[in-house]
Ligand binder design. Sequence first.
Ligand code: SF4
Length: 315
Amino acid sequence: MDQTAPTLRHPEKAHRPDNPVARKPAWIRVKAPVTPEYRDTHALIRRHRLNTVCEEAACPNIGECWAKRHATVMILGAVCTRACAFCNVATGKPAPVDRDEPDRLATAVGELGLAHVVITSVDRDDLEDGGASQFVAAIERLRATAPNTTIEILTPDFLKKPGAVEAGVAARPDVYNHNLETVPRLYPAIRPGARYFASLKLLDRVRELDPSIFTKSGLMVGLGEDKGEVLQVMDDLRHAGVDFLTIGQYLQPTPKHASVDRFVTPEEFETYRTLALAKGFLQVSATPLTRSSYHADDDFRTLRAARAARLQPGA
Ligand code: SF4
């Protein structure tokens, strides 16, 4: 873990009143991570001094994913320059960029034997390119050392820094993921440092630059949005040509974070999945525990097969 991570993870939230953390329904409960395979993954991540979003975001799926050696590495350190109301990643002044990180990432991915890797990062609004060159370096190192591993990047919006998205696309990841996170009405409260239409435009730009790259985006529900707003986001994403949509339940990491408005039922998730597929997404994952990188390897194979089927003559 990054030794520069501050002890007070969210200083900007310290003086906010507490929001009680609601008890999770039965369908959200997950098993504690205790398997030997989990411990091996943990040891490997530590040995290579990498950060993971699995740990930093307190992901509920860590026991399952790490038992399968599926870890999502978070590059550019463990400290984020933004302070979103939903996110458990530490906020503050980040350390300088670690130029050896892409090498360690590539070595770790080789040791984990991943067929598909997801790489994400903190927001680095302090950097001239928003951190895009570190994504490029990571992709280049991975292509050199693990040519059979497919690569998915989950990037921030790079604060619209000129050339950042273009650099990421030119490095040719297999999947370019950028999450909208929530419906536009809730941006000022939940994602105040970002702009909904800038994120949509980013996804549209990726498709415009290289339509062979799959595009993907994700939403959290249970933050106070209504169904009509979720359907509108689906339409916006389809308009931007996005291929793959993920929808999962928002979980409140600490009493200082935004409250869960409600727990969306598994049946409602299934309805969202059906509606999204009807709107033309190639692939949709919508369950309470869906996260951007959950089952990303299997989902990538399904996604590729879905595009191939759609391109068949007569399809
Ligand atoms: S769902 Fe993604 S972030 Fe969560 S543990 Fe699995 S790989 Fe990590």
